[in-house]
Design a protein around this ligand. Structure first.
Ligand code: FMN
Length: 189
């Protein structure tokens, strides 16, 4: 099986971050199932490079390097804390800098954490449409963590652990089938 690059992106702004814990667990679960080079972008660390500008063209070298990592990865795991019933503005700013054509067909696994279980549909109503805009292929199973799933920022809930496992398996399967479809399309075309 070909080696893939998997990039986690956490929109969590606290340290330690529950969101980063979920994103990291998903990246690890994927890497346990297929040969992968893995990485993680935490918005807290990326912010000084990304918030120097509102425009891609004015980004410095470090900001441009971050955005290119996002554009070049084979598989993205994108997580956000729920802020005001949506993703964080900081995470959205990162994706506002990504070229609108760069994520077409890319496999994206979605994750979020919230202060209550009631905002779990943020995955469906906020994150999935964002990646629909980009023409990315989102993994059907997303992962949402509520406070009971954690002790501090450590994942402890059995249900969320099982869901991480399922989402990771699905992501690889989807990535492989997308590759197969692309190969067939190339042959036919
Ligand atoms: C500014 C702000 C807004 C928030 N808005 C919501 C919200 O609308 N719904 C919700 O369930 N939790 C909300 N929360 C709680 C966070 O989503 C929750 O604590 C999350 O797990 C924090 O993730 P982190 O540890 O990665 O920072 C909010 C927290 C902050 C600081």
């Amino acid at each position: 099986m070909a080696r893939i690059s998997v990039l986690g992106i956490s929109g969590g702004v606290s340290t330690p971050s529950r969101t980063t814990a979920v994103v990291s667990a998903l990246v690890k679960a994927i890497a346990q199932r297929t040969p992968a080079d893995t990485g993680l972008i935490e918005i807290t660390e990326a912010a000084p490079s990304l918030f120097v500008t509102l425009s891609r063209y004015a980004l410095g070298a470090s900001g441009e390097a971050i955005i290119q990592r996002v554009e070049k990865a084979d598989l993205l795991v994108v997580g956000t804390p729920v802020y005001r019933a949506s993703y964080t503005g900081a995470l959205k700013h990162l994706f506002d800098l990504v070229d609108h054509r760069a994520l077409t067909g890319k496999t994206v696994l979605l994750a979020a954490t919230g202060g209550s279980p009631y905002h779990g549909l943020v995955l469906e109503h906020q994150l999935r449409p964002l990646f629909g805009f980009f023409g990315a292929v989102t993994v059907p199973t997303g992962v949402y963590g509520a406070p009971d799933d954690f002790v501090d920022a450590k994942i402890v809930g059995a249900a969320i652990i099982e869901r991480i496992s399922r989402a990771a398996t699905e992501a690889i399967s989807l990535l492989n089938s997308s590759d197969a479809n692309t190969a067939v399309a190339t042959r036919v075309g």
